[in-house]
Structures are given as structure tokens and as C-alpha cells.
Design a binder for this molecule. Structure first.
Ligand code: CS2
Length: 467
């Protein structure tokens, strides 16, 4: 694969150039430019490792997005990237790119933990080591640090701010990123914070497309299909959705022309997606992993777990939601069931199980807290929390070690105890994760203990069957 990139100035800098953005936002932007024009080329930034840059560079930043449908595979070559920067190698180059006059949007997919906030409150964690560093240094490490320092440079140069477009799975993600940016800016220069608050824009967005990690076998299969070797393709399902609040402080691509939904308030869409999709994804990931299933499609092929997810939607999650206008939640659940069952998508339970401490609050714990307050059933989701605790202990139900990836992994492993009562007490004291309503709820503690006992006595499938 060999492409000569355009030298037109970039309109967008994207922080966190993972597979998800390359299979989702980048394709929307490329199509919007085709449909309606504009200089919306993207400079991608990797905040951690050089791997993606090194694989894309010899290809002139082009890559294939391979759609994996239940009935076949469709490749598409994406040429919207203009350059890829690796932040730790040269943070100044990233700041220069973000401060360029042509840049009107900085979008982000840096995962939940990339915002350096407290998941239970949404506020900046000022003690986070990267935030401590970024307060003192003009060459940042964290995503909030890059946003604040680049906005500082734009203000000094007399430029307008860019719109910050958060594309991570956080509730009211624009409000969260605005909060952490203002918190950090205040620590650096209160006048800068005021300027950002007055002039900047942080629309919330809901993003959706299932994008499993690319494997070496995918590279070979794609080469057999197209005859071209691509070292950095992305794999994705046919479905996609992008709901965006239409309040930008500078220009934007014509995303509405290519299927993005431009709305006034994204909150009902975010709640629906985070709780119905991500909440059940995580539930299936922990229980599926403990039951020995490698992927979500394998988990859905197990009738016990497929029945479990239906019950979660019907009895526990949908009753707590206000549907976005014109959306039928039962129909949304039906469509999710088909998307999960798509056998062409090999989305590993282990991949989704990552970073549970950052994901559970908005995916599962909110539904449980509201359900308990309203007297609704939440036993299925409570079992998912127990499965996460067991998973986070670092040992499966058969005693086999688990490779737990989580910024709080050490805390979680230390909180585990083979005695369910002690384990529950230690986990519930983690204020970064559990909201006060659940920390102080003795009934919830008892139900969690019961769920942990059921897992130990009956295994994951048995515990689901006994619900
Ligand atoms: C998944 C998401 O890895 C995970 O935690 O739940 O990445 C999910 O596939 C996407 O949000 C789908 O839009």
C-alpha cells in the first residue's frame, strides 16, 4: 500500500490515534469532505507509543478499513490522515500542530482514563502524576495538558480556540472534558481559564461502532482479499452512529451530510448507548471471560448468556432510561443482539474487560443505583459487578491467572479477599469507583456477597442460570 499524502493544511488534530477513531470519526470526516468540501485533513497524535506512526508512515498515512459483515468483507482505503505525531517523542510538535491557524477542531479518543479525572465525580484528579507534571511544564504528557497548553499558545498568538470534540464513552463527555480543561487551566493561569470558558466549545458526542483490535491474521486475510499489504488496517462492523451537539466555536466538516446526527442535547443518546451497549458489553465481558468464552460472539452463542443479556435490557436497563426522541429502546436492544452475535467480529472479552474501574460507573453502577432507589430488579447487573471483582482479583474461578489491565489494578488486587464479606467491604470503600448511594447501601453489599458466593459455588454460567 503506497499513497502520496496531500500537503493541504490540516483542519483537525486528533489525540489518541487508535483503531476506533480510524474506523469511525476519520471515515465520517473523509466522507464529509468528499460530499461538501473543506480542508479537513487530519493530523493524528499518538499519546503513548510510536507503533501506529511507524506502520502508517511507509504507506503515506493511508490504511484500509475492512467492514466485517455477517455475510462478507468490504475494504475501503482511507486517505484523510496528513501526518502522525508521537507526543512523547516531540510534544512541542504536537502543540505547534494544535496551535496552527488552520486547525479548527481537536478531537479525542484517549479512553476513559486519558482525562485524568475521578470517574465517580468527573472532576480533574490534580494529584495524577501526569497532571502534576503538566502544571509545571510547558511540554505536557496528558490529553488535558495538551489541550490547555495549545489553547494557551493560541491565545498568546491572538487566534480563536479550536472546538474540543470528545469521542470517548463518558457520560456528557463534552462537559467532562470542559471541566478537566478548566480545572487544569485555573491551576496554570486563571485568565486563560476565563478565556477558554468564554470563547471555547466542548460539544458532547455519542460515538458507536464496534472495532475489535486488529490481529496478525487479519493482515494476511486482507492481503489475500485485496492483493495489497497493509500493515495498519482497522476492522469494524457495518453499523455506525455519531450523535453530536451542534455547538462549535469554529468551523466544522459537513458531518450531517454523511449521516452524523447533529442535535441540541446528546444526553439521552449517551445514556442509552453507555448503559444498553457498553453496560451489557462489560457484563458479558466479565461473565463471558469467567465462563471461558474468548469473544462476545462466542458468549452470545451460549444460550445462557444470550438469555442473560436479554433480561438485562428488558428488566433492568430499559426501565431506567428515557428514550431519545423517536427511538424505540426494545428495537435498539434487538439490533444490539444482532451486532453482538456477528461471528465475523472477533471482539475479545479480555479487550472489553480492560479498565473496568474507569468504565463501570457510567456503564453499570448508575443503573444499579437508580434501580435500587426505585425498587426495580438489578440482580443481573449486580452479578456483573461481582464478576468484575472476581476478574480484577487476578485469578479466574479455576484459579488461572488473569492479565488484568486497569490503572487501579494494584488497588483492586489488594481489595480482593477470598471471604466475600471482606472483599465487598474493601471494594465498596473505593470512592473513586462507587457512588455514595451504593457505598452506603447495605442491601447492595449483601446482594454483592450473595453474587460472589454464587460465582464461586456454581461458576459463571451456573450463577447466571440461578438468577
Ligand atoms: C467496548 C467499546 O471496549 C469496550 O469497552 O465496550 O469499545 C465498544 O465496542 C464501543 O463503545 C462500541 O461503540
Amino acid at each position: 500500500m503506497n499513497h502520496t499524502p496531500s500537503t493541504a493544511p490540516a483542519g483537525i488534530v486528533h489525540l489518541g490515534l487508535g483503531a476506533f477513531f480510524r474506523a469511525h470519526g476519520a471515515i465520517y470526516v473523509a466522507q464529509a469532505m468528499q460530499a461538501s468540501g473543506g480542508d479537513w485533513g487530519i493530523i493524528g497524535v499518538s499519546l503513548q507509543s510510536p507503533g501506529t506512526r511507524d506502520r502508517l508512515a511507509p504507506q503515506g498515512w493511508a490504511y484500509t478499513a475492512l467492514e466485517l459483515g455477517p455475510k462478507g468483507e468490504t475494504p475501503q482505503v482511507v486517505t484523510i490522515l496528513r501526518d502522525v505525531l508521537v507526543a512523547p517523542e516531540n510534544p512541542q510538535a504536537v502543540l505547534d500542530a494544535m496551535a496552527a491557524p488552520s486547525v479548527q477542531i481537536v478531537s479525542l479518543t484517549v479512553t476513559e482514563k486519558g482525562y485524568c479525572h475521578e470517574p465517580s465525580t468527573g472532576r480533574l484528579n490534580a494529584d495524577h502524576p501526569d497532571i502534576r507534571h503538566d502544571r509545571a511544564s510547558g511540554l505536557p504528557k496528558s490529553a488535558p495538558g495538551f489541550l490547555v497548553r495549545a489553547l494557551q499558545a493560541r491565545r498568546a498568538a491572538g487566534l480563536k480556540p479550536f472546538t474540543v470534540l470528545c469521542c470517548d464513552n463518558l457520560p456528557e463527555n463534552g462537559r467532562v472534558v470542559r471541566g478537566v480543561v478548566l480545572d487544569l487551566a485555573r491551576l496554570i493561569d486563571p485568565a486563560l481559564a476565563e478565556w477558554i470558558a468564554a470563547e471555547g466549545a466542548f460539544p458532547s458526542t455519542m460515538v458507536d461502532r464496534i472495532v475489535p483490535a486488529t490481529t496478525p491474521a487479519d493482515l494476511d486475510r486482507l492481503e489475500a482479499l485485496t492483493g495489497l499489504r497493509d500493515e495498519a488496517p482497522v476492522m469494524h462492523e457495518p453499523f455506525r452512529q455519531w450523535v453530536i451537539e451542534d455547538r462549535f466555536c469554529a468551523g466544522r466538516p459537513d458531518l450531517g451530510a454523511v449521516g452524523a446526527q447533529m442535535v441540541a442535547d446528546v444526553t439521552p443518546f449517551e445514556h442509552m448507548k453507555l448503559r444498553m451497549l457498553n453496560g451489557t458489553h462489560s457484563s458479558l465481558a466479565y461473565l463471558g471471560y469467567l465462563a471461558g468464552h474468548e469473544t462476545i460472539a462466542d458468549t452470545m452463542a451460549d444460550p445462557v448468556l444470550a438469555g442473560y443479556v436479554t433480561r438485562l435490557w428488558r428488566d433492568e436497563i430499559i426501565p431506567a432510561l428515557t428514550p431519545p426522541e423517536g427511538v424505540d429502546l426494545a428495537g435498539y436492544a434487538e439490533a444490539l443482539r444482532d451486532r453482538y452475535a456477528n461471528p465475523a467480529i472477533r471482539h475479545r472479552t479480555w479487550q472489553i474487560a480492560m479498565d473496568g474501574s474507569q468504565k463501570l460507573p457510567q456503564r453499570i453502577l448508575g443503573t444499579i443505583a437508580e434501580g435500587r432507589a426505585a425498587g426495580r430488579p438489578v440482580a443481573g447487573l449486580t452479578l456483573a459487578v461481582a464478576a468484575w471483582m472476581r476478574y480484577a482479583s487476578g485469578r479466574g474461578l479455576d484459579g488461572a491467572p488473569i492479565d488484568v489491565r486497569d490503572p487501579l489494578a494494584a488497588h483492586l488486587a489488594a481489595a480482593w479477599d477470598d471471604d466475600p464479606g471482606r472483599a465487598v467491604a474493601a471494594f465498596l470503600s473505593l470512592a473513586q469507583i462507587f457512588p455514595p448511594a451504593l457505598r452506603d447501601d447495605r442491601g447492595f453489599a449483601r446482594d454483592l456477597e450473595t453474587a460472589l458466593r454464587a460465582l464461586a459455588a456454581r461458576g459463571a454460567r451456573g450463577a447466571v442460570e440461578a438468577l
